[in-house]
Design a protein around this ligand. Structure first.
Ligand code: ZN
Ligand code: ZN
Length: 360
């Protein structure tokens, strides 16, 4: 629970409502810590307090509403923020992250969560995964095979689907192409693995933190650029003889978006996966759009189609082609979640995951 922002997470007993007709009750097993949770905890992004954070979960369905068609009790699931209606023009054309009816989905007559003081508690992104159980719209979760271990499955729902789908769906990286990834946290590492799976010839990892570059090589980067000590744009242009075919910005700063665009070769596409604050205007060279046919595009959660993407990514994992195990740097119990967020900022490694059920 986040009762004030900026603040710390507090452990509290909440009352969870029964699932509505189109909702499911999920027993949460693992929940990944994401930088966007941290932004709300630190007050960098506005939080609707009291709020229950956490949006990257795996678990088991306990109960389903009477109109639920895609899930049954006992199903193992991964949750995703990209809740979709399945009926609007964006959903029907496969652009489910742009669903225009998301806001009206799961509108309920009673609050889903109530605290001991009788206040309604806001579950972040209609999920609220830092809890033993959650009630979510059936289109916020997707079934995965029972054989998939639930700890690595948790990171599929945000970091991995965002990184991989930005490569496969937003940018459509071609075999034999050259790729640069700026920012090698969870999403950047997933993008590097996506570029490897897509058959990219060169995968250049760009980050100011040396440990992250070491990780990046472990997950498939073919070259690294220490952004803290060298000019990243010049280094990438030199490594590729004139610029990359695809760049990915997974940081969320105007300056790194500008770098992502500047390090493209002719005909290249820069995909912005990070969320740049409104206070930072982006400046690019207009002539590059025209004379060099460079493209700058955004990708919300990697333009994913998570009901089909996530089961596909499970197959890559089962085949040993997608390394999720090494992305889980630390697993902490729920009562040490604040320490988990500290670890996320200080320690190397990619993803801290909470084991919701340990000790219970
Ligand atoms: Zn996230
Ligand atoms: Zn829709």
């Amino acid at each position: 629970m986040l009762n004030t922002a900026p603040g710390k997470l507090e452990l509290e007993e909440l009352v969870l409502d029964d699932p509505g007709p189109d909702e499911v009750l999920v027993d949460v097993h693992y929940s990944g810590l994401c930088r966007s949770d941290l932004h709300e905890i630190e007050g960098a992004w506005p939080a609707t307090c009291p709020t229950l954070l956490g949006h990257e979960a795996s678990g088991v369905v306990r109960q389903v509403g009477d109109q639920v068609r895609t899930l049954r009790p006992g199903d193992h699931v991964v949750t995703c923020l990209s809740t979709y209606c399945g009926e609007c023009r964006f959903c029907l054309s496969g652009r489910m992250t742009l669903c225009v009816r998301r806001g009206s989905l799961g509108s309920r007559t009673r609050p889903v969560l109530v605290n001991a003081r009788g206040q309604s508690v806001h579950p972040t992104a209609r999920l609220g995964a830092f809890a033993e159980a959650m009630v979510v719209h059936e289109h916020s979760a997707v079934r995965i095979p029972d054989s998939m271990p639930l700890a690595p499955a948790a990171v599929l729902g945000c970091a991995v689907v965002t990184g991989l789908s930005s490569v496969f769906r937003s940018a459509r990286v071609e075999p034999g192409s050259t790729v640069a990834v700026i920012g090698c946290g969870g999403i950047g590492i997933a993008a590097i693995q996506g570029a490897r799976l897509a058959g990219a010839r060169e995968i250049i990892a760009v980050d100011a933190v040396e440990a992250r570059l070491t990780d990046a090589v472990h997950f498939g980067a073919t070259a690294t650029v220490p952004a803290g000590t060298v000019d990243a744009v010049a280094a990438v242009r030199e490594l590729t003889g004139g610029g990359v075919d695809y760049s990915f910005e997974a940081v969320g700063f105007a300056a790194t978006v500008e770098q992502a665009f500047a390090m493209l070769g002719p005909g290249g596409t820069a995909t912005v996966v990070g969320l740049v604050p409104d206070s930072q205007p982006i400046s690019i060279r207009g002539a590059d759009l025209f004379l060099l046919e460079k493209r700058l595009q955004g990708a919300l959660m990697g333009s994913n189609q998570f009901p089909t993407d996530i089961p596909g990514y499970v197959r890559y994992y089962e085949q040993g082609r997608l390394n999720l195990d090494d992305m889980l740097s630390t697993i902490v119990p729920l009562d040490q979640i604040n320490e988990g967020f500290e670890l996320m900022q200080t320690a190397g490694g990619t993803r801290v995951v909470v084991d919701i059920r340990s000790g219970s």
